[in-house]
Design a protein around this ligand. Structure first.
Ligand code: VG1
Ligand code: CO
Length: 542
C-alpha cells in the first residue's frame, strides 16, 4: 500500500526559532507539507517500529496535516502514532507524552502566538526523544534534506477518525487516539499542592484565565475548574477555534489588553493569566500589577521550593540572552548555576537533560522546568497559584518584597513588525560593523562598557551558535539588545530589548517606559532604528 511520490525541493523550508512557520497558503501548495515531513524522517534514524507523538494547537489546517502525518509515518515505518483527540495537544502536553510513553519523537502542528485561519499562519515542529525541540544539528539536517528531496512515501488509507478515543490500524501501524488533557493534568497534580490551591479558591480567591480561544482552554477548564474547584467562568475563551476568534493568540499587553484592563480595574480579581496558541507561554498579572516575564522567572525561581515538585531546591536557572538578569540575582543568592542561552527553547534541552538547570525562562512569556522539555504556560500559572497559596500574600506584595531584596530590573521589549527584510538586515549589518568602536564611548551621558554579537557555547555538547543578537552594555547594569525574529512569516521583525537595573527601593515605582526612556533613545542613536525601518514607533511594546 506504500506509494512513492516524485517531488521537487522547495527552497524555503528552513526551520526558524521554533519550527517551520509559513502562511497557510504556502503550506497548502501541493507536496509542501509532505516534502517537509519526509525531510524530517530522512534526517533522523532508528525509528523503525517506534512511536511518534502527534498533535497541534487546533488552528486552521491542523486536521488535514494530522492525516498526512499519520499516512507518512506508516509508510516510513513507525510502529505507532499517539495522537491527541481532535488532533489537539498543547506543546507542553506533547513534550510530556513523548517522555512518558518513551516515544522516538513528536510532531507538533502550531505557529504558536501567530494568528491563524485560512490566510493566517501554520507551522510544523519536530521534537526529539527527550521531548524537546530538535536541536540545531537536527534542524540543519532537515533543511539540508529539504533542498535535495526528490521523493516522499505515503500510504493510501482512509482518514482516521481522530475524534474518537481508541486504537485503530493504518497500513499495519497502530494509531492511538488519546485524551489530550489527562496525562498532563496528572503530572500537574504531582508537581503542585492542589489541596492548598483548592483551599485558596474556597477562601474566595478570584482568578481569571484567558485561553484566547487557543489550545489551553480544555486544559485550564479541567485543571482550574474541574480539579481545583475554581468557580465557573474562571476560564474564559476556552473553546479552541481554528482562527482563534480572529485574534492573535499572543498573551501580551497588546493582544491580551482586556485582561490587563480587568486586573487594573477597581473590582479586579486577585490574579489574571493567559496563554498562547499552543499553550507554552504565560501572561501573569496580579491585581494592580503586571509581572514582566523576566521578573516572573526570577520570582518563580526564588519561591519554587514552596511547591512539592521543587521542595529540594533548584539545580540551576537558565534564561535566554535577551531575558533580564533578574533571575541571575536569585541564582547568585541561592548559590546555584545560571546559564545564558540564545533565544528559543531548543537551547535549554541539554542543560535540563544534564541536570544543570531546573527552571528556564524567556522574556517572551515562556517559563518552564525539567518536568518537560518545552516552556509551559499552565505550569507557570499553577506554580504562581501554589506560591500565592503557600505565602498567603498578594502578587503585589510578593513582587515588592522581591524587588526590595534583589533590586528591580526595569525591562521592556519593542517590536517593529513587518519591516522590509533588506532594510532590517542592513541595520543589523551596520550595527555589527560599529560594535568594536563602541566601548568607552558615551551616548546620552551613558558610558558603553561592552558591545558584542552574542555567541553561545553549549557547555554540554560543545556546539557553538553565533550571531544570536547584538548586546550593548552600559555602566550600572543597563543594556540594550537587538535581534531579528525567527518566527515571523512576513518581512522582518526587529526586536529591541531594553533593561535597566535599579537597586534603590525608593525608585521601584517608576513607570517602566519612563524608567527606560534614555536607553530607548540611545538605542535609536546607536542603531538608527527609525531611519532604517522607516517607522516612528514600535508596533508592539511589551
Ligand atoms: C519568539 C520569542 C522566543 C520564543 C519563540 C517561540 O522568537 O522571542 O523567545 O522562544 O518566539 O515561542 P523570535 O525568534 O520571533 O524572537 V512560541 O510560543 O511562538 O513557540
Ligand atoms: Co507558543
Amino acid at each position: 500500500m506504500t506509494k512513492t511520490v516524485a517531488t521537487k525541493p522547495f527552497e524555503d523550508q528552513q526551520p526558524g526559532t521554533s519550527g517551520l512557520r509559513k502562511k497557510v497558503p504556502v503550506f497548502q501548495q501541493p507536496h509542501y507539507v509532505e516534502n517537509f515531513l519526509q525531510s524530517i524522517f530522512d534526517a533522523v534514524e532508528g525509528f523503525e517500529g517506534k512511536t511518534l507523538v502527534l498533535g497541534g494547537d487546533g488552528r486552521y489546517y491542523n486536521r488535514e496535516v494530522v492525516q498526512k502525518v499519520i499516512a507518512m509515518a506508516a509508510a516510513n515505518g513507525f510502529g505507532r502514532v499517539i495522537v491527541g483527540q481532535g488532533g489537539i495537544l498543547s506543546t507542553p502536553a506533547a513534550s510530556h507524552i513523548i517522555r512518558k510513553y518513551k516515544a522516538f519523537g513528536g510532531i507538533i502542528l502550531s505557529a504558536s502566538h501567530n494568528p491563524g485561519g485560512p490566510k493566517g499562519d501554520f507551522g510544523i515542529k519536530y521534537n526529539v526523544g527527550n521531548g524537546g525541540p530538535a536541536p540545531e544539528k537536527v534542524t540543519n539536517a532537515i533543511y539540508e534534506r529539504s533542498r535535495a528531496i526528490s521523493r516522499y512515501v505515503t500510504v493510501d488509507a482512509p482518514p482516521v477518525d481522530i475524534d474518537r478515543i481508541g486504537t485503530v490500524e493504518v497500513a499495519g501501524m497502530t494509531v492511538e487516539i488519546i485524551d489530550p488533557v489527562a496525562d498532563y493534568a496528572q503530572m500537574m497534580e504531582e508537581l503542585f499542592d492542589f489541596d492548598a490551591i483548592r483551599k485558596l479558591f474556597k477562601s474566595g480567591f478570584r482568578m481569571r484565565f484567558d485561553a484566547m480561544h487557543a489550545v489551553t482552554g480544555p486544559y485550564a477548564k479541567e485543571i482550574l475548574e474541574g480539579r481545583l474547584g475554581a468557580p465557573d467562568h474562571t476560564a474564559r475563551n476556552y473553546h479552541p477555534l481554528p482562527d482563534f476568534g480572529g485574534h492573535h493568540p499572543d498573551p501580551n499587553l497588546v493582544h491580551a489588553k482586556h485582561l490587563y484592563d480587568a486586573l487594573m480595574a477597581p473590582d479586579a480579581p486577585d490574579f489574571g493569566a493567559a496563554s498562547d496558541g499552543d499553550g507554552d507561554r504565560n501572561l501573569v498579572i496580579g491585581r494592580g500589577i503586571f509581572v514582566t516575564p523576566s521578573d516572573s522567572l526570577a520570582m518563580l525561581a526564588a519561591n519554587a521550593h514552596l511547591a512539592p515538585g521543587y521542595k529540594d531546591g533548584l539545580k540551576g536557572i537558565a534564561r535566554s540572552m535577551p531575558t533580564s538578569a533578574a533571575a541571575d540575582r536569585v541564582a547568585e543568592k541561592l548559590g546555584i548555576g545560571i546559564y545564558e542561552t540564545p533565544t528559543g527553547w531548543k537551547f535549554f534541552g541539554n542543560l535540563l537533560d544534564a541536570g544543570m538547570a531546573t527552571i528556564c525562562g524567556e522574556e517572551s512569556a515562556g517559563t518552564g522546568s525539567n518536568h518537560v522539555r518545552e516552556k509551559d504556560g499552565l505550569w507557570a500559572v499553577l506554580l504562581w497559584l501554589n506560591i500565592l497559596a503557600a505565602r498567603g500574600e498578594s502578587v503585589m506584595e510578593i513582587a515588592r518584597k522581591h524587588w526590595a531584596t534583589y533590586g528591580r530590573n526595569y525591562y521592556s521589549r519593542h517590536d517593529y513588525e513587518e519591516v522590509e527584510a533588506d532594510r532590517a538586515g542592513r541595520m543589523i549589518e551596520e550595527l555589527r560593523a560599529k560594535l568594536p568602536g563602541l566601548p568607552g564611548t558615551s551616548v546620552r551621558g551613558m558610558k558603553i562598557e561592552k558591545a558584542d554579537d552574542f555567541a553561545y557555547h553549549d557547555p554540554v555538547d560543545g556546539s557553538t551558535s553565533e550571531h544570536q543578537g547584538i548586546r550593548i552594555f552600559f555602566e550600572g547594569n543597563s543594556r540594550i539588545v537587538l535581534r531579528l525574529s525567527g518566527t515571523g512569516t512576513s518581512g522582518a521583525t526587529v526586536r529591541l530589548y531594553i533593561e535597566r537595573f535599579e537597586p534603590d527601593p525608593a525608585r521601584h515605582d517608576l513607570d517602566t517606559q519612563a524608567a527606560l526612556a534614555d536607553l530607548i533613545a540611545a538605542a535609536d542613536d546607536i542603531a538608527g532604528i527609525h531611519a532604517h525601518t522607516g517607522r516612528k514607533e514600535p508596533s508592539v511594546i511589551t
